[in-house]
Write a protein that binds this ligand. Sequence first.
Ligand code: IPD
Ligand code: CA
Ligand code: CA
Ligand code: CA
Length: 258
Amino acid sequence: MNLKDRDSLIQKWLVEIKEYIIEQKNTDLNIEEKTADNDLVTRMDKSIEEQLVKKIRETFPEDKIVGEEGYGDDVKDLTGTVWFIDPIDGTLNFVMQQENFAVMIAVYTEGVGQLGYIYDITHDKLYSSTKGDGVRCNGQQLEIPLDLNLSKGLVASSSALMCKDQYPAVRKIGAESLGVRMLGSAGLETIEVAKGNVSAYIASNLKPWDIAPGLLFMEELGMTGTQFDNQPIDLLQNNNIVFATKNAHKDIIDMLEK
Ligand code: IPD
Ligand code: CA
Ligand code: CA
Ligand code: CA
C-alpha cells in the first residue's frame, strides 16, 4: 500500500478511535497505578492500543509494532516497517482533566519517519505528517515557525524535569527563555513547538512512542530533535530530548554541555 493510502486509512482509524473515546469517556475508566500514583493506566489506554494493534496486524501482517501498553511486539531493531503507538498520551490529564491528551501513531521504515499523527481529541485537531509534505492540522498546512533563539521565545518542559535537580542546566535554560510552559502531554507539547507557540520542548526519560511522531514533525518543519548530548534520538530506548528551532536548539545544547 502506498503512503497516501496508508495515511488515509490511519486517519480513518483515528476518527473511529476519537468517536470511541467520546462515547466511552463518562463510563468507569478502571484506573490502575503502574509505578506510582501519578503513573496511571485506564481501561481506555489498553482498549485503544488493542484495537489499533488488531487493525495493523490484519492489514499489515509483516510490520512490527512498538506500543506502550504491551499489545505490540518485542522490537529489537528498526529494520522493515515499525509502528509506534501511544494510545493516550497524557493519561494523568485524561483522568484528572478529561482534556489535554492525545492519541499518537507513527510509522517508520528502515528507521526513517514516514507518517506521524498527534490527535488532540478534545479539540478535534488531528496533526499529521507524510514524509516530504510538512505538517498539517486537519488537512491544513502548518507554517514553518520563526527560527527564534532561546532568549526570544517560550520553552515547554515537564514537571518531572523542572521540579527535580537532576539536570540543573534545565532551570537555567528556562530562566534564559521568556518563560516556561507545561501541558503534561509530550505530544501536545511537541505540537506547541510545531506551531511556533514555544521555541523548544525539553523533556527527560521519554519513551519511543512519546517521541516518534514528533521527531518526524521536527524534520518536516526544518526544526531539530536530538538527545541532551546532541546525539540522534534512539527510537529503541528512553531518551532525554530537545525538540526546538535550529537556533534555540543550539543555545540549549550549549547550556546543557556546560
Ligand atoms: C507521559 C506524558 C508526560 C511526560 C511523560 C510521559 P503517558 O505519557 O507525555 O507529559 O512527561 O514522560 O510518559 O504516560 O501519559 O502516555
Ligand atoms: Ca503511561
Ligand atoms: Ca506518552
Ligand atoms: Ca500513554
